[in-house]
Design a protein around this ligand. Structure first.
Ligand code: BTN
Length: 246
């Protein structure tokens, strides 16, 4: 992973480029990196703020032979890799927040967006988009996000070498990906649960239709969050915003 790097100064979104070159046959492990994204995208069609020379904005092309329903596992795997890389390079220990945010001191540090090109039963490619806030300063964040976002530089109090961080990330990602292809999701799931703040705690999950409060037991192999409420009923949460309950 990271053997072929497609580097750009400024792009709309590295995801878009990765989709295009994946369609044109780019090899597995190809990475698209940009200094700036003018239309960075997040989940749920949100914008992802990606100013120049401050972050690690990248999209990784994978071509795993797994059923398309298992692709979400790669999002969880990527979160583990990014946490490990950040620990190694900065000594900071970010938390994972289900489904796929990486936080430091409760503020968002990393966003992950996984998309795939697939037929009914076969994956052509999985595009993992990762944005790491690396060297932004407080003044670089606008009013809207400054209370909810942070960067490694803000947390560490010094500038971080972005290339070293990306390199560490590609290595961790490759190691975990090889483990995953060989032995399945088991170890990745255990690692994910150790880095996840919510697991083993009381939380509230706000879904489209209800608020569910209870004990976060863990995740399934599909990445579904399991919450046990006070009556002992287990709820399977596919999509929600979660909060630790008071
Ligand atoms: C989220 O938390 O909503 C996911 C954010 C993902 C952002 C990354 S930055 C690199 C890649 N290109 C994009 O346009 N988005 C992803």
């Amino acid at each position: 992973i990271g053997q072929y790097i497609h580097y750009e100064e400024s792009v709309h979104s590295t995801q878009k480029i990765a989709h295009r070159i994946a369609q044109e046959g780019a090899k597995e492990g190809t990475v698209v990196v940009a200094e700036e994204q003018t239309a960075g995208r997040g989940r749920l069609d949100r914008a992802w703020y990606s100013p120049k020379y401050t972050g690690a904005w990248m999209s990784i092309i994978l071509r795993p032979s797994i059923p398309p329903q298992q692709a979400p596992q790669l999002t969880l795997l990527s979160a583990v890799a990014v946490v490990q890389a950040i620990q190694e390079v900065t000594n900071l220990s970010p938390d994972i927040k289900w489904p796929n945010d990486v936080l430091l001191n409760g503020k968002k540090l990393v966003g992950i967006l996984t998309e795939m090109q697939a037929d009914f039963d076969r994956i052509h490619s999985v595009i993992i988009g990762i944005g790491i806030n690396v060297n932004q300063q407080e003044t670089d964040f606008n009013e809207q996000i400054k209370h909810i976002a942070t960067s490694l530089r803000i947390e560490k109090g010094e500038e971080i070498n972005r290339a070293a961080l990306m390199q560490a990330f590609f290595l961790k990602l490759e190691t975990l990906y090889e483990e995953y292809l060989k032995n399945g999701f088991g170890l990745i799931k255990v690692l994910w649960e150790t880095y996840a703040i919510s697991i083993g705690k009381r939380i509230i999950a706000r879904t489209m239709t209800a608020n569910i409060e209870g004990f976060a037991k863990g995740i399934t192999d599909e990445g579904v969050l399991l919450i046990e409420d006070d009556e002992g009923v287990i709820h399977r949460i596919h999509s929600a915003d979660i909060e630790l309950s008071a």
